[in-house]
Design a binder for this molecule. Sequence first.
Ligand code: MN
Length: 229
Amino acid sequence: MYVFTPPAQASLAVAGTSDRFPVRRIFCVGRNYAAHAREMGKDPDREAPFFFTKPADAALDTPCTVPYPPLTEDLHYEIELVIAIGKGGSNVRENDVMEHVWGASVGVDLTRRDLQAEAKEAGRPWDWAKGFDKSAPIAPIVPIADVTSVEQGRIWLAVNGVTRQDADLSDLIWSVREHVSILSQAMELAPGDIIMTGTPAGVGAVSPGDVITGGVDGIGTLEVTIGSK
Ligand code: MN
């Protein structure tokens, strides 16, 4: 018997059906495109992949409106390929990774960039920068059988119709097979885990009233409106 009614299971829409994908955890890959690593002042050739997390209930369906979050004056978009895990496992070999993938989508890793810069400077965790409420708007999940490729395809984002990020999944430093295999060495993957796979160059700030559009060719598109403070 729970002492109060448990919160609803976090979930995301599934493309083409009313079924829902139950979200267990959200893992995010840091600096997984060389040009973005460079724009953040890092050398992409010298880093192993690293991860951070967002709460499961930071995920929300698109199209949506995300209220401009508190504590920041520098809210940034980051368009990302999203991988949805359907079968758990530890120490998954690269060649077996796709057997664990239920689907793919596209999402925005919303970031309070000023808080992230403060955290980096002070050697503190990134949670306040990355894991705030509604920080992970994600398009409907597409079953992997209907996905053209998670290894190549244009990934792009526009703000108010002006293109800001434009790259290709083939630019990923650590491919899906590689980084999911590496993740599974640190944590036992479970059905419902979501992986946001990193953003290409061109990140920037948005303001209340801005409309973000974005997509990954062959997977999906999304639209996110930034609401008032
Ligand atoms: Mn990101």
